[in-house]
Design a protein around this ligand. Sequence first.
Ligand SMILES: *Cc1c(COP(=O)(O)O)cnc(C)c1O
Length: 387
Amino acid sequence: MADETRLIRAGTTPKALAKTVGPPIQKGSTVLLPNAEALYDDESHVTYGRQGLAAQDALQAALAEMEGAAGVALYPSGLAALTGALLAVLKSGDEVMVVDNIYKPTRRFCDRVLKRFGVGVRYFDPRTSPEELVADAGEATRLILMESPGSLTFEMQDLTRIAELARARGLLTATDNTWGAGHIYKPLEHGIDLSLQALTKYVGGHSDIFMGSAAARDPALVRALGDGVHDLGWAVSGEDAYQMLRGLRTLPTRMARQGASGLAVAAWLRDQPEVAAIYHPALPGCPDHALWTRDFTGACGLFGFALRPGPETAVNAFLDALTLFGLGFSWGGFESLAISCDPQLKSRAFTRDYGGPLIRLHIGLEDPDDLIADLRGALAVYAASRS
Ligand SMILES: *Cc1c(COP(=O)(O)O)cnc(C)c1O
């Protein structure tokens, strides 16, 4: 045969791969089937690369192990996991009840897309009791979507009780568990039907990949999630799945360190005269500490605090005076970050007085004493700018 032909046949997949610690990263849209019958047998064969290959399978298996799930669906971003799970279980005429402190882009999807397709959306105050919440569900209500703690104001809901009451009424429950990452909080073990998270944050851990997951125990829900991914044509690459799996190996170690550092920084902040309040459910005395103690086995490095009242110029001077904290959205990486939150609260229906301008910190893997020194300097700038 000519080189043109030989070079297309040469250098294909080896029959057996050496066993490495992690899975192989297979790159393939086309999957070669062993025989003609297998072409249309997608029960026993992967027939197309979009279904996921070795690295995606390994990541799904590891996440299912961590979450205590029967199956896990992967999405190209955390937001896609939220939207994908909603689309997988809702239909026109249904209503979804959504906690008001939900991640803002999820709210945007509910308002702009779900409503356009005839799904009713009703927001509830994160302080609503489980009894009031479930009693308020109507004929059309199909799903209750939560986020606990919320990623800006850190209110928690009693997910165990809500799941129990919702199940008795035939309602599904879902939670955005990015804060708990499937490690320090496992929603499925507490009766929640759908555990959703932005793997982009703690599982990735290095601020360089997007991915999301949805985990469930009920085989019918696992199938619905998988069908939803298939129907919408989503896929994640083998390289990204491999990187995610690499992040997963050190997730507990990183979260333990970042959680402890976050608590040290929060405890220091609590005693500073320029600080009005701390919002960190793992810190004794903070709102929802009892719920956190009951349900969580650790904390991550994300929390909020309110500065004493001051103008926006002083808040910006505080943020600009930080040298170790980057100013940026996202969190869960190895680096510390800070943002101001108040502009994001404007879209909410139920707000309260947090005591002053809200700041959110993400504590990374730096030494907490260095971070505290950075915050001390910035608080001095704040004190000078607001007086
Ligand atoms: C970041 C984030 C998401 C979305 O994740 P992406 O991968 O950025 O799409 C969803 N929920 C919460 C709470 C988040 O912080």
